[in-house]
Design a binder for this molecule. Structure first.
Ligand code: NDP
Length: 264
């Protein structure tokens, strides 16, 4: 299948580890040049170097915090200077939360709002004009199954991811006249290094291993009874970026091993 991605330019937030890194490597394998960003510049630079070595594509790596509007302005300037814009934007940076609504202060809500919603708003607003100039493009937002089916311990995560899905739908309606396709992916359980770290911390000093803990989570939530690998999610993103997904507009796709308990 020819994905017609060779030579395109993609921007991926949170491209240094986990799902974002797997998407970066998946797109690079198709000949896509990349801009990657994350806060930890050392880890980001190392992964960018590995992608250049492995796939021979151009990779611009920018260390920044996507919750900072001025950091995002710097990123956009760097993207325009290096590539003259972008064909693909993947809003992926994000993280889980843990709180009770009655105890969480405003600044916590504001942080996750900036991380999961405003970073996507600001980057889409800044990069869509260049996509229009290039004749079209793709914006993908990585939300979560939790946008629809909340986990009890992370109300701020659930709420801000739900807002991201609605933003994505509204943006899709606004941009499709310009041949820019906007969609959302809602992953379920994805086995990233962070999940393994959490499992290690929780099981330290107990009879249970980290592996057993993770299997217990998969057994509890996912009918498929396992986590996805980041690459299994990335493959779906790469397809949605491609010309083979040309009629996919304004949709939300669950890649969750059957975890979603309703039909939508
Ligand atoms: P990881 O923690 O493995 O990676 C997150 C990436 O985002 C890293 O590159 C991280 O780098 C970057 N990042 C985090 N915060 C910021 C910030 N403020 N500014 C810039 N970069 C940031 O996460 P996953 O791969 O697991 O998750 C990726 C996305 O997928 C998230 O939005 C998450 O909500 C979603 N998701 C994940 C699921 C899972 O099971 N793993 C399930 C459903 C959705 P650094 O720390 O250096 O900034």
């Amino acid at each position: 299948m020819d994905l017609e991605l060779n030579g395109k330019v993609a921007v991926i937030t949170g491209g240094s580890v986990g799902i974002g890194l797997a998407i970066a490597r998946g797109l690079a394998a198709e000949g896509v040049h990349l801009t990657l960003c994350a806060r930890n510049g050392e880890r980001l630079a190392a992964e960018a170097r590995a992608i250049r070595d492995d796939f021979g594509v151009e990779v611009l790596d920018v260390a920044l915090d996507v919750t900072s509007p001025s950091d995002l302005n710097g990123l956009v300037t760097a993207i325009y200077a290096r590539f003259g814009g972008a064909d693909i934007l993947i809003n992926n940076a994000g993280t889980g939360s843990e709180e009770k609504i009655l105890e969480a202060e405003d600044d916590r809500w504001q942080y996750y709002w900036d991380l999961h919603v405003m970073a996507a708003v600001r980057l889409a607003r800044a990069l869509a004009p260049a996509m229009i100039g290039r004749g079209g493009g793709v914006v993908l937002n990585n939300a979560s199954i939790c946008a629809t089916q909340p986990l009890y311990y992370e109300p701020i995560y659930n709420t801000t991811k739900a807002a991201l899905v609605m933003f994505s739908k509204c943006l899709a309606n606004e941009l499709i006249p310009h041949n820019i396709r906007v969609n959302t992916v809602n992953p379920g359980l994805v086995r990233t290094p962070d999940w393994y770290k959490t499992a290690t911390i929780i099981t330290e000093g107990t009879e249970q291993t980290a592996e057993e803990f993770l299997q217990g989570i998969a057994d509890q939530y996912a009918p498929i009874k396992r986590f996805a690998s980041p690459e299994e999610i990335a493959d779906f993103f790469v397809f949605l970026c491609s010309a083979r997904a040309s009629y996919s507009v304004g949709s939300t796709y669950y890649v969750d091993g059957g975890w979603l308990n309703v039909i939508t």
